[in-house]
Design a protein around this ligand. Structure first.
Ligand SMILES: NC(=O)C1=CN([C@@H]2O[C@H](COP(=O)(O)OP(=O)(O)OC[C@H]3O[C@@H](n4cnc5c(N)ncnc54)[C@H](OP(=O)(O)O)[C@@H]3O)[C@@H](O)[C@H]2O)C=CC1
Length: 542
């Protein structure tokens, strides 16, 4: 008997997508030998708050002290590890970091992570097996001399390093110090904002209308600062709750069967009745589901109090602390301007052609050439995980991508399409995105949660069909579960009811999340944290 050696998999990053990729590889540990590289000394990626210091002036994480996620816990949980029933619906970043630590403990991930190790280069070997060379180096502690660079060969690489870390700046006259009569106040990208302490009782301008912009504007306005919010394309700012339900739980599979124009009409009415009339400068430029959602329940209320004043785009900055806007507004004595203008998609360890297929200026436009938001057609042994911007929660989407990639890699599901078919699919996807969304760098990888997850689940074999549900849970419960998957929120745990790596706790969690009292005491919905992170969280939250 010949024993096939396990394939070596490099997972780059130990944030949400890296952890789940590692876990999916370990679910196939007879066939795969994964190792994750994490440049920080902790897991959690973007969701782990990191202080800005002299030693660490530009952390990877953009999370500020007060960040609270805007997807509900039921929709953002990994499919086989529930978020405890007694945790809040919308989690602060500290709780999310705790959940990731609990997940890593539960599935024994930590021994497979090389912390404090930066991946310097990922280079294709062009050998017969299309393997990759990974060059990595341990990050030297202050006072320590440089560590040796290590070179290793991997059969497969999963890039899980995220795309919200390289700030994108706008360009306004007077913004640069060598401009004539420049602006002399502070200028900060939202990536570097950590807390409100230095920005109480100030006059500030916030540029943008994404989630960073509204979060920062609200926080500073609540701390006696006068905020001017400057946006070029206004859009809906949606509350966290609509009609007594978390907003992201209204979009069921049933609503996806309704034509988009009708859903946009109904949703616009729902938004209208759930938010106060806002300012002329915030009148939405597009219909619901045509921009990335901005979610904040307090923002419209702050606008009605005048503590946040919406203005048009900046026309000119300076001289001194003066700022002038396109609508004629002029503000003097502006202490700080916050650029909440998003991020460049960038993977410095990879040759840029891998993600762009050689197209020039791609980092500026954020155009990527990746099949199904995962695979660059000419590099089938490398995949991106979570390289998407969802209308919905990103973690379960990353999880389904990881499940799909791993199942393809071990040959348990159909092989990938040909290069030619991938190229055609990418072209079609770009056209569809352009038709539906504004032509802006923030909308190049936009995707709807349920349709995307369902197509991956069908490929994996874990889509909850009526036949499979009845086969597994009997006629009555199988039928009830099917109804829940159609009319209830499409929570990720539904992808563990049937198929490969189904989870015995899935049924109880589905009913527990549906608030069936009978299941709320399920052991799967309890807080069983043993992570030391719990203590830190308690301190922070207290
Ligand atoms: N609480 C939470 O869960 C939070 C989540 N996030 C997430 O992080 C990601 C990044 O969000 P965010 O940092 O808000 O970035 P986004 O890319 O989502 O938004 C950028 C904003 O800046 C505007 N903008 C970009 N360039 C310019 C320019 N040159 N001049 C004027 N305006 C410009 C955009 O306008 P336009 O539409 O015209 O391009 C848009 O309003 C998103 O996925 C978001 O959901 C962020 C913060 C908090």
């Amino acid at each position: 008997m010949t024993i096939t050696p396990r394939k070596r998999v490099a997972v780059i990053g130990a944030g949400a997508s890296g952890l789940v990729s590692l876990k999916e590889c370990l679910d196939e540990k007879e066939l795969l030998d994964p190792v994750a590289f994490e440049q920080e000394n902790h897991l959690g990626g973007l969701w782990r708050y990191v202080e800005i210091s002299k030693e660490n002036p530009n952390p990877h994480s953009s999370v500020y002290k007060s960040t609270i996620i805007n997807t509900s816990k039921e929709m953002m949980a990994f499919s086989d590890y529930a978020i405890p029933a007694n945790w809040a619906t919308y989690l602060p970043n500290q709780k999310i970091a705790q959940y990731f630590s609990m997940y890593a403990d539960r599935f024994g991930l930590v021994p497979h992570i090389r912390f404090g190790t930066k991946v310097l280069e990922v280079k294709e070997l062009h050998d017969e097996q299309k393997r990759w060379l990974v060059r990595s180096q341990r990050v030297a502690a202050p006072g320590e001399s440089e560590h040796e660079i290590k070179e290793e060969i991997f059969d497969y690489v999963m890039v899980c390093s995220g795309h919200h870390w390289k700030p994108r700046y706008p360009s306004f006259p007077g913004m640069k110090q060598d401009d004539p009569e420049p602006y002399t106040g502070e200028q900060i990208h939202s990536h570097f904002y950590r807390d409100v302490d230095a920005f109480r009782n100030k006059t500030v301008i916030v540029v943008g209308l994404g989630n960073s912009a509204v979060d920062l504007a609200v926080e500073m306005s609540m701390n006696q600062s006068q905020v001017y919010l400057s946006c070029r394309r206004a859009g809906h700012v949606v509350p966290r709750w609509i009609l007594g339900k978390p907003t992201d739980q209204h979009r069921t599979r049933f609503t996806h069967m309704v034509p988009l124009f009708l859903m946009q009409f109904i949703t616009a009415i729902l938004f209208r009745i759930s938010t106060p009339t806002v300012h002329e400068n915030l009148k939405p430029y597009s219909k619901p589901f045509e921009t990335h959602p901005t979610i904040n329940s307090i923002f419209p209320e702050r606008v009605t109090t005048g503590t946040i004043k919406p203005v048009r785009i900046i026309k000119k900055m300076g001289p001194g602390k003066r700022v002038e806007f396109e609508d004629g507004t002029v503000v003097e004595n502006v202490d700080a301007v916050f650029y909440c203008t998003g991020y460049h998609i960038s993977f410095p360890a990879l040759h840029p052609d891998v993600v762009t297929d050689g197209k020039p200026n791609a980092e500026n436009t954020n155009q990527v050439h990746v099949w199904n938001y995962m695979i660059p057609p000419r590099h089938p042994n490398l995949a991106f995980v979570a390289l998407l911007q969802p209308l919905g929660a990103i973690m379960p989407m990353a999880e389904l991508q990881a499940r799909f990639l791993v199942q393809t890699l071990v040959g348990k599901i159909a092989p990938l399409p040909t290069e030619d078919r991938m190229d055609k699919h990418i072209k079609q996807l770009h056209e569809d995105i352009r038709k539906r969304y504004d032509d802006a760098p923030r909308h190049t990888i936009q995707v709807d949660y349920a349709p995307y997850c369902d197509q991956l689940a069908k490929k994996i074999g874990c889509f909850p069909t009526l036949t499979k549900l009845i086969g597994q849970y009997g006629l009555i419960e199988g039928f009830k579960l099917k109804m829940e998957t159609i009319f209830g929120p499409p929570i990720p745990v539904q992808y563990r009811l049937v198929g490969p790596h189904a989870w015995e706790g899935a049924r109880e969690v589905v009913w527990g999340y549906a608030n069936d009292k009978k299941y709320l005491d399920s052991k799967y919905l309890q807080d069983t944290s043993v992570s030391d992170n719990k203590a830190n969280v308690a301190e922070i939250v207290a």
